[in-house]
Design a protein around this ligand. Structure first.
Ligand SMILES: Nc1nc2c(ncn2[C@@H]2O[C@H](COP(=O)(O)OP(=O)(O)OP(=O)(O)O)[C@@H](O)[C@H]2O)c(=O)[nH]1
Ligand SMILES: [Mg+2]
Length: 316
């Protein structure tokens, strides 16, 4: 069944793609099988992360970005990820409505994801969902995440290019500068440019970026936009394309992807170990024996753990 599904995904079948994303959301063996069968077809798409506090206009902005990308006839997929909620709630419903202008376009695919059964959490599921979209032939994959906490940042880092969205007068800019999340932004957007204080916010961000230390030659542009009217969106899209070109020309695309794979691998290994550990603790007589030995003071827990490691990592 997974074989058929993966063939349909690769062929670009939208309904199969929707089902495939549900499979990877749930995680487990089927998800792993599915990823394994489409994997060689992935790795081509430009993955763009859009992150920022609730209500700054991310979805409206994404909608406008879809329009820009479609002008170049690129196939665009959007994943709206809510890491905090196990349900797809009102906010995500709102996203759907805001992106409705594209629902009839066969080259646009919009999907929301929440933290469902996947044991490794939503970030592992996001990696795999991106792979499904990628294998299905989307040129651009936009991941929208709400908030600026650790899990959102992890998701944002799934991206090749991360857009950090702020709005004037929210104190977000100051917060971003203080908390060090400025470092993850490749492009900054002060949205709601029609509200007072937008230019001031933008210059504050520019000023703090001037003081920041950068590891590469890329200097994040700061763009003022009005997502609702589309103002500034062409400039934003251009910056995103420039960033992609920079990543490719400088070899940083590889560096970023290898960092990301390292993070993903360690998450998968930790996830596997956790699962095996749970099973082992419940079922294995070895573990029960070790526990008895510890109770009898025949072995200490640290030594016992190091003896258990090989069996915990053994895949089954
Ligand atoms: N004045 C103004 N309002 C805007 C602009 N862009 C978006 N909005 C409004 O801001 C509100 C939130 O927009 P969304 O696009 O849903 O924001 P979001 O960041 O995706 O929100 P969450 O996903 O809930 O975090 C909506 O009422 C939009 O109409 C803008 O440029 N100017
Ligand atoms: Mg939104």
């Amino acid at each position: 069944m997974i074989d058929v599904l993966s063939q349909q995904v690769i062929a670009g079948d939208r309904r199969a793609l929707a089902r495939a994303i549900t499979v990877v959301e749930d995680g487990g063996k089927e998800a792993a099988q599915l990823v394994s069968s489409v994997f060689s077809r992935s790795g081509r798409a430009h993955v763009i992360g859009v992150t920022g506090s609730p209500g700054v206009g991310k979805s409206t902005l994404v909608d406008a970005l879809i329009t820009e990308a479609r002008k170049q006839d690129l196939k665009v997929a959007v994943l709206a990820v809510d890491p905090s909620s196990p349900f797809t709630g009102g906010a995500i419903l709102g996203d759907r409505i805001r992106m409705q202008g594209h629902t009839l376009d066969r080259k646009v695919f919009i999907r929301s994801m929440a933290n469902r059964g996947h044991q490794g959490g939503v970030s592992l599921a996001t990696y795999d969902a991106v792979r499904m979209l990628d294998a299905s032939g989307f040129d651009v994959i936009i991941i929208e995440t709400v908030g600026v906490g650790q899990s959102e940042l992890a998701i944002a880092q799934t991206a090749d290019t991360t857009i950090l969205v702020l709005m004037p007068g929210s104190g977000d800019d100051i917060q971003a500068i203080k908390s060090g999340i400025m470092e993850i932004g490749d492009v900054f957007v002060v949205n709601k440019g029609d509200l007072p204080g937008a230019n001031k916010s933008a210059s504050e961000i520019v000023a703090s970026l001037e003081l920041a230390h950068f590891e590469t030659a890329w200097r994040p542009p700061v763009i003022v936009s009005i997502a609702e009217t589309g103002q500034g969106i062409d400039e934003l899209w251009q910056s995103v394309c420039d960033h992609k070109a920079f990543l490719e020309a400088s070899g940083l695309l590889e560096t970023r992807r290898s960092k990301r794979i390292q993070a993903e691998l360690s998450e998968i290994v930790a996830d596997m170990a956790r699962r095996n550990l749970k099973d082992s603790l419940a079922n294995s007589t070895d573990v029960q024996d070790v526990i008895t030995q510890i109770i009898n003071r025949e072995i200490d827990p640290h030594t016992a753990a190091s003896h258990l490691i090989p069996s915990l990592f053994a895949s089954r």
